[in-house]
Design a protein around this ligand. Structure first.
Ligand code: HH2
Length: 408
């Protein structure tokens, strides 16, 4: 499988190791210690931390002794006494990542769970540090771009913001060419709406909507990476045969068990997005106790499945799925702590364009959500997103030019 290769560090995490950037505001929420509030957290350090849980008492005692000399701080629930070790206790190990690296040999020279914790921390830090690559049409699109713009082309009658707009094939192809001219790095063609409550369409109908436009764009834009937004292996197969480079699966390969191995067989790059259930039912009663950790863990499972099929660096991106089986507060949590997904080791894609989160925060109608979209995407970029999925390419080109200048 092209771009695959040995999976050096496993993606599993026995202690749910989660990298976080602490700020004064975020700390209490990240612990999910019932009853604690901001005032209990006063005086906590800001900056990088690994969140760990399910540590047995002997490791907690060891960390308490070893950590100060390693230059780290262990942060526990302030209401626990030194002798309390609840089994699912969460701790934060705060300090620079290089300090965490220093702890690894101390853990690994010990046996059993100590070694396992050393492996977990090492795997997490290695994946975070891995160069981000996204291969399509024979090149790494992230080679000379800090962030890619994926222009959305919906070939559906019922998409939430632009349904029916490109029903005429000529208009659809013209919009694809226009987005390329405006500066899109990839085009994402979708022929089945995934808005909340939407009904699935058949394979034949999805192919009927998609293939003529895909074929026309492949001819018109020979160098442009083309992505297809589908959850069906049969549609992906027809799209890859017609020259698509990327399969963007909003179920992360979950809805069709043949999807990941089919894409691996083609050497196609994949976007694995997080969602629970299906678009039809996903907003009925979404619920998370700990959204950032749960979404990261569920995406980690999808990444592990793809890696077992041969996927590796360069051929995957991950996406927390803004608006998919999430309440507004879950979307905000995951955007506020996007750094958590960096432990998966792949470029992060964010698609907040015109979504109902912006409506919930501001009351703006769908057609009036560009300012909110730009704000959320700018924040996502600053927190590590490498690909933004957007309807309004031109406005994002300007926003990214300003943001990348800031980081230069
Ligand atoms: N959002 C939509 C569709 N596909 N793919 C990824 N990877 N990430 C997303 O956030 C995402 C996605 C929904 O947006 P849109 O395509 O504009 O609407 P619809 O599904 O109604 O066609």
């Amino acid at each position: 499988m092209a771009g695959g290769g040995a999976n050096v560090e496993g993606s599993s995490s026995a202690f749910n190791c989660l990298p976080l950037v602490l700020s004064r505001k975020s700390s209490a929420a990240l612990f999910h210690w019932p009853g604690t509030d901001e005032k209990d957290m006063a005086g906590l350090p800001c900056g990088f931390a690994l969140r760990l849980e399910k540590l047995p008492p002997e490791i907690l005692r060891f960390l308490k002794d070893a950590v100060p000399s390693a230059g780290l701080t262990v942060i526990r629930d302030p209401r626990l006494s030194d002798g309390d070790f609840p089994p699912s206790e969460r701790i934060l190990l705060a300090g620079d990542p290089s300090r965490h690296r220093g702890l690894i040999p101390l853990l690994k020279e010990r046996s059993g769970l100590f070694g396992r914790l050393g492996d977990d921390i090492e795997g997490c830090l290695d994946r975070m540090a891995r160069p981000r690559r996204f291969l399509a049409r024979g090149r790494n699109l992230l080679e000379d771009h800090a962030c890619l713009l994926m222009g959305i082309l919906n070939l559906t009658p019922d998409s939430f913001s632009d349904g029916g707009r490109y029903a005429d094939p000529g208009a659809a192809v013209a919009r694809g060419v226009e987005m390329a001219e405006e500066g899109a790095d990839i085009l994402d063609l979708g022929a089945e709406s995934s808005r909340p409550g939407s009904e699935p369409v058949s394979v034949d109908e999805e192919k009927r909507r998609l293939l003529p436009i895909l074929q026309a764009l492949r001819l018109a834009l020979p160098r442009m990476p083309l992505s297809v937004d589908t959850t069906k292996a049969a549609v992906a197969e027809a799209a890859l045969d017609a020259g698509a480079d990327v399969i963007n699966d909003i179920s992360g390969g979950r809805m069709d068990p043949a999807m990941v191995s089919l894409c691996a067989g083609f050497g196609a790059t994949m976007v694995l997005m997080h969602m629970r259930g299906t678009p039809k039912v996903m907003q009925e009663s979404p619920h998370y106790e700990d959204p950032v950790a749960e979404i990261t863990a569920e995406l980690r499972d999808r990444v592990a499945a793809a890696e077992s099929a041969g996927y590796g660096p360069g051929r995957l991106a991950v996406d927390p799925g803004i608006g998919f089986a999430k309440r507004p507060q879950d979307n905000l949590s995951v955007l506020a702590h996007l750094e958590a997904l960096s432990c998966l080791g792949y470029p992060i894609l964010i698609g907040a364009s015109r979504k109902s989160l912006i409506g919930a925060l501001t009351g703006a109608a769908v057609g009036d959500r560009l300012p909110g979209t730009l704000a959320l995407h700018a924040a996502a970029f600053m927190k590590g997103a490498s690909i933004l999925r957007v309807h309004d390419v031109k406005a994002h080109v300007q926003a990214l030019a300003c943001l990348t200048a800031l980081l230069r």
